[in-house]
Design a protein around this ligand. Structure first.
Ligand code: NAG
Ligand code: NAG
Ligand code: ZN
Length: 452
């Protein structure tokens, strides 16, 4: 008995030594949208010179506009993350839109100063971890000065590709998990695509990504795909136009191509992490009807969205740091309607417990999507809708057509499929019959058996 436990102890020591701690954590923070001109001590609303279109007009309850993150909100988030610091925090994913869109016309100098200030807060908060930044459409383009700011976090090889294209990969010596940070701006629709220079960077990023994924597979590693904007459509039923989110969406061509790439390499993709939508949601990618990959979209730190308001959110993932397998996450939020100057971040929910998931896989999330759509059990949908804006009580009325649009956004990352799904609920059900081919083969086999 004693000997056995001693042996066990020694083997586990050896094992720990060889493989590093197994359970790890990482933060995913996104869409901070720091607004240096917002000085109000309240997070809920502010008054300043800029003319925002999105006041909360919907129910007329809010008198003040919702502004982007003030400096005090950013400090409060940093203080909370420092305090909630798990021992085995491995890294931080920071998926862009650092600056408020109200800074769009500010000088390059002021923008970089604001980015520098946020960078300084994060490096003080995570003094012994690496922060992996991805660029959003409101961020300054890659430059020598950004490289200088972020060289504390990124190895030389990463800085090389970052400086020219804004993308990079992080290979970790102690684990089989590789992090791939993409610059989704290069693949976004709009003006930049007519620019030949931008076009060649976009092509270079595709080539580079496929090369990295090939290498990952050959080395029997796994990857996280990380970017500001990921594939798929806006989930808000009335947000028909792509411009509703203020730009930054993947172009239709880029969206199809990234989906193709994800299908092709789904065996090595351990997870996808995006921001951009200021919403807590997820996407499932299918290959011939089979769920093969998932993407989690984290809610924003800023309370201000495109035509929506949400509570500020911070997300802490729990994962197997050897393999990258995601085990759970805890979503934290700050209830801005009950905050009077003081800040109280709380747990909003834990993924597996909240939705009753046994594990986090494309198949389990596919089953969750079915439960979200289920008309007979509105409970799961109500949970999904409550989480969407981190418990901010907007967008709470959603009829069955609206539920269906949410379901389409989750399960139809292809733009064309999404539109087909939205316009025809019945065909959406039919086209998702999971294995048309295997059913036909089975029938054929039975016929062959019967006839012999
Ligand atoms: C950055 O921080 C410095 C020092 O606290 C402050 O003086 C400056 O106004 C800040 N600038 C911006 C754009 O946040
Ligand atoms: C969620 O998980 C965290 C960390 O494991 C735990 O401390 C907390 O009590 C859980 N919270 C809820 C609401 O289940
Ligand atoms: Zn944003």
């Amino acid at each position: 008995m004693k000997l056995a436990s001693c042996t066990l102890y020694i083997t586990s020591l050896l094992w720990l030594n060889l493989t590093h701690a197994k359970i790890g954590y990482f933060w995913h923070i996104t869409d901070l949208h720091y607004d240096p001109f917002h000085n109000s001590p309240e997070f809920k609303g502010c008054r300043h010179g800029h003319n925002h279109k999105e006041h909360s007009h919907r129910n007329g309850r809010h008198r003040l506009e919702t502004c982007d993150a003030s400096w005090s909100l950013i400090q409060s988030a940093a203080a909370f993350m420092a305090e909630r610091h798990p021992d085995t925090l491995e890294f931080v994913l920071w998926t862009g839109d650092i600056l408020s869109s109200s800074m769009e016309h500010a000088s390059e100098e002021l923008k970089l100063e604001a980015v520098r200030n946020v960078t300084d807060v994060l490096s003080r908060t995570f003094s012994s971890q690496f922060v992996f930044p991805a660029l959003g459409h409101n961020d300054p383009p890659p430059s020598r000065r950004l490289v200088d700011m972020w060289m504390q976090w990124l190895p030389t090889e990463a800085l090389d590709t970052f400086e020219t294209g804004g993308y990079y990969t992080i290979e970790q010596s102690h684990s089989k998990l590789r992090i791939v940070v993409l610059n989704s701006n290069l693949w976004a629709g709009g003006a930049s695509r007519s620019d030949a220079h931008a076009h060649s960077h976009a092509r270079a990023q595709w080539k580079w990504l496929e090369g990295v994924l090939d290498k990952t597979r050959k080395q029997h590693e796994m990857v996280y795909l990380v970017a500001h904007a990921g594939p798929g459509m806006e989930e808000r039923p009335n947000a028909g136009s792509a411009s509703a989110a203020g730009g930054g969406e993947l172009s239709p061509l880029a969206n199809s191509r990234i989906l193709h790439t994800i299908r092709q390499y789904s065996d090595v993709i351990a997870g996808q992490f995006y921001g951009h939508r200021h919403a807590d949601t997820f996407r499932i990618i299918y290959n011939e009807g089979r769920p093969v990959s998932w993407a989690f979209l984290a809610p924003s730190l800023t309370p201000r969205g495109a035509g929506s308001v949400s509570n500020p959110g911070l997300r802490l993932y729990k994962f197997d740091s050897n393999t990258g397998k995601v085990l759970d996450y805890t979503q934290y939020y700050l209830d801005i309607s009950h905050t009077r100057g003081e800040t109280h971040w709380s747990i909003e929910y834990n993924l597996t417990q909240y939705y009753g998931l046994r594990e986090v896989t494309a198949a389990s999330l596919d089953a969750l999507a079915d439960r979200i759509r289920n008309h007979h059990d509105r409970g799961v949908f109500a949970k999904y809708l409550a989480a969407l804006r981190a418990r901010h009580a907007t967008d709470t009325d959603c009829d069955s057509a609206c539920v269906h649009v949410h379901f389409c956004a989750i399960t139809r990352a292809d733009y064309h499929d999404f539109r087909a799904c939205v316009s025809n609920p019945a065909s959406a059900l039919a086209s998702r019959a999971p294995h048309p081919h295997s059913a036909a083969i089975l029938l054929y086999a039975i016929l062959v058996l019967i006839s012999t």
